[in-house]
Design a protein around this ligand. Structure first.
Ligand code: MN
Length: 196
């Protein structure tokens, strides 16, 4: 059984960039829903195997991908945010960013534009792609569509409306701008170091 992770900071720790109310709903209702539903679908798959009844297999596999990816992305998201204390990319991550995006500003611009243009509900991700030995920025739709297989997410930004609408309404660019203030680069650096 999958258990929820604890938030690494109090609910109001990301204020004013990310409101307490948004984080409260995001963690206690939405994230919890993904955990509950993944456990449910794993039980349903077990029952299907035991009864040799795979009549709902397509739906179950789809739910596994959606709800399971929802857990993984939300946990990355919660952990790669933190109180607005200045942190920055490590020397090795910065070198990689410069190698793969030209410079930090170009990286930030590409990420910001990619996030702004995520279609409907989805995510923007900075990932390491081992096959290309390169950082890439990805747009993800829902929680599971549009990936590069094998990629390892370094940091992710939730572009579902539930992540910003209460506080920013339709102003996606303001939400993304605010996010840059609460990126916890220490966590991102740790993830990058593990890969290297
Ligand atoms: Mn979300």
């Amino acid at each position: 059984m999958i258990k929820m992770i604890e938030l690494p900071y109090p609910l109001d720790a990301l204020e004013p960039y990310y409101s307490k109310q948004t984080l409260d709903l995001h963690y206690h209702i939405l994230y919890k829903g993904y955990v509950d539903n993944t456990n449910k679908v794993q039980n349903q798959l077990k029952e299907a195997r035991e009864s040799n009844d795979f009549s709902h297999i397509k739906c179950l596999e789809k739910n596994l991908s959606f709800f399971g990816s929802g857990i993984i992305l939300h946990e990355l998201f919660f952990k790669n945010m933190g109180p607005a204390i200045p942190t920055s990319p490590s020397v090795s991550l910065m070198e990689q960013i410069q190698k793969d995006f030209g410079n930090y500003d170009q990286f930030k611009m590409q990420f910001t534009e990619a996030a702004k243009n995520v279609e409907a509900s989805g995510w923007c991700l900075l990932v390491w792609e081992p096959r290309f030995e390169k950082l890439e920025i990805l747009q993800c739709e829902k929680h599971q569509d549009l990936t590069l297989w094998g990629c390892i997410p370094l940091f992710v930004l939730d572009m579902w409306e539930h992540s910003y609408y209460l506080q920013y309404q339709t102003k996606r660019p303001e939400y993304i701008q605010a996010f840059w203030n609460i990126v916890n680069w220490n966590e991102v650096n740790k993830r990058f170091q593990k890969i290297k």
